[in-house]
Every structure is written in C-alpha cells, then in structure tokens.
Design a protein around this ligand. Sequence first.
Ligand SMILES: Cc1cc2nc3c(=O)[nH]c(=O)nc-3n(C[C@H](O)[C@H](O)[C@H](O)COP(=O)(O)O)c2cc1C
Length: 369
Amino acid sequence: MPSALFTPITLGEQTIPNRIAVAPMCMYSADDGSASDWHIQHWMSLGISGAGMITFEATGVERRGRISHGCTGLYSDANEAAMARALAPARRVAAPGAVFGVQLGHAGRKASSQLPWLGGGPLTPAQDAWQTVGPSAIPFAPGWPTPTALDEAGIEAIVAAFVQAAERAARIGLDFVELHGAHGYLLNEFLSPISNRRTDRWGGSLENRMRLIVTIARAVRAVLPARMFVGARLSATEWVEDGFTIEDAIAVAAALKAEGVVYICASSGGNAHDQQIPIGPLYQVDFAEAIRNGAGIATRAVGMITTPAEAEAVLREGRADMVALARAILADPRWPWRAAYELGAEAYAPPQYLRSLTTMKHWVVDDDD
Ligand SMILES: Cc1cc2nc3c(=O)[nH]c(=O)nc-3n(C[C@H](O)[C@H](O)[C@H](O)COP(=O)(O)O)c2cc1C
C-alpha cells in the first residue's frame, strides 16, 4: 500500500508532494523584524529536508505585535526584503512543489517578552519593553503587564496590518499565509471568553469573539492572488474550565472555511496561565480529527508526533490530512528521508546529497531493541 505520508495533497491551487509539514517555529534571531543569516541556514535546512510544507515562524504584522525583540515581522520594506533574501536559497534546495508560507500573527498581551533562553517572561523597562494591547485590559498572568484594550479604530488598524503583511507575503513570492489564532496571542485572545470581556461587537457571544479572525481571513483572502492559499492555526481548547472549547473551534473553523481558509492546524493552550495540559504522544490529534469531521476542512495535526509510523497512522486512520513536526524535525532535518525509507516511499533530496539516502537504513529505530 503506498504511504499516506508521501501521497500528494492539494490545497487551493497548490499540489504539495507529501503531507509532512514543518510547524512554525520562532527563532528569536531577527533584527527589528528582519530575517537574518540564521534564517537563511535554518530555512535552507528545512527546505533540504524534503518536507512538503514549510511554515515560517510567527511573524508580527506590526512592530508591537512581535513576541520578542528577536521575532520576525512583515511591517517594513526592510522586513520584506530580508524574508525574500532568505526564501530564495531555501526554495532552490527544496523538493519540487514544496510550499513555503508565513504564519502572520500579533502577540497581543503576550508581546514584549524576553527571549526564552534569557528566561522568557515580560521584558522590563530597562530591556526596552513596549506597551501591549489586547481585547480587554486583563494581563496574561500575575506579574505580566496590563494590555491596553483596543478601541474600534485600533481593531481596524490591526485588520489593516494583517492585510499589508499579507500583501508583502505575496510580493515575496510565498505560497500561503497562516493566521496565528493559537497560543494566547491576539487572535486567540479575542476568541477566548477568558481574555475577551468586551461588550461591543468584538466580544460576548462566540460569533462576536470570532469576528476579528473571520474579518481578517476575509480581508487577507481578498488581497491575495488566487495561487496563494490561506490557513489558520487555532488553540482548540484552553485546558481550563470555562474557556474556549473544541466545539467553539469547530464553529470557528467552519466560519473560516466559508471565507476561503483551506486548512486548520489544530494546536491547543497558551492563553490561560493555569492550564493543565495532559502532554503525551499525539495529544492534540483528537482536535484535528474533530475539526476535520465537524467543519469539513482539511486539518494539520501537530504535537508530539515524533515517529514516521505515528505520522503515517494519523493520516491512514483519517484523523488529519497533514502532520506538522516542530521539535522532531528541528532535531533531525533528515526526518522525511528516514520516514521515506521506513515507509517504502521515495524521498526528495537535492542531487548533491542523493548518495546519502542509501544510508537511511542505519538510522531506522528498531522498536524491538
Ligand atoms: C523552537 C520552537 C518555536 C516555536 N514557535 C512557534 C511559532 O512561531 N508559532 C506557533 O504557532 N507555534 C510555535 N511553536 C510550537 C510548535 O509549532 C508546535 O506546535 C509544538 O512545538 C508542538 O509540536 P512538536 O511536539 O512537534 O514540537 C514553537 C515550538 C518550538 C519548539
């Protein structure tokens, strides 16, 4: 039976050679939002992996929408030029038909954070902190700064910033944009009844709380060329009582689908500081399956999917349409080559590296050992 993982998938007008996706991963290595030499090697490495879909890290649509001083942005001409510079060599080494996209986001009340390897948490004034914004003036956690609640004009400016960043993504030549509606950042903050206590048309009912991400999806889709597709990442549950639920996520996914969004990446958590996450292998796959069945949209499963056999089973059992890897492919960018060997499929490697594929059998982990 041919491998499900190495079966092409069509999203919008793009046919992608396999179902291995690289999840968005912040590198905290940008300079005022501009991708650096680090990104050139990083994106080339991910391109050489042979993965079919590569999503660049959470990228701020405005300067204050970055998570940290080191996060990428698409709010200036310099940012646009820098991303284009790093994309070009990554494309040259990637599998034919591989798609590159960017996760567009706004960090909201979790912006102005320290780099993780410097301890994380909110920046202090001495570290050039900036004023954060959110749906309501509610801090993320004790010790975090209180965001300014956005007013109507402020919300419209955020929508416009997403549109401008999407236009930059199109000029760069990317294949898709992913709206970051997960992990407690601004779009997730609006979706959640915990962080959104507004009483205007942007808060209250689920219909009102999803208005921002739906409005952005519509506006972004309208300015992108047909060749580009739009996806979204959602936190399908908050892992607390009285938070956003999987049923809510299915309703949001259906509304996004109606606006032309073609896939949902099902993640979870990040908005409630007291969340209790039962982390373990495949712990978020149920969400991808529920959204796929409930909203009738392609889903990307993510979260502790580490072996080719696990990834293959998720697809073969019809629980998702793609799998995304973060830590596993960061640790081992040859993961897709190894997976192809294990699953009896063909991996793409650039001709310079082709002869190394013969050694993949030595890397296969034997569970009986
Ligand atoms: C270094 C690193 C950076 C990350 N940055 C982002 C990001 O920019 N956007 C996002 O939605 N998730 C981000 N994540 C979460 C991953 O995309 C992924 O959902 C998570 O790590 C679970 O998948 P895994 O078990 O395969 O690592 C990051 C994870 C890691 C390890």
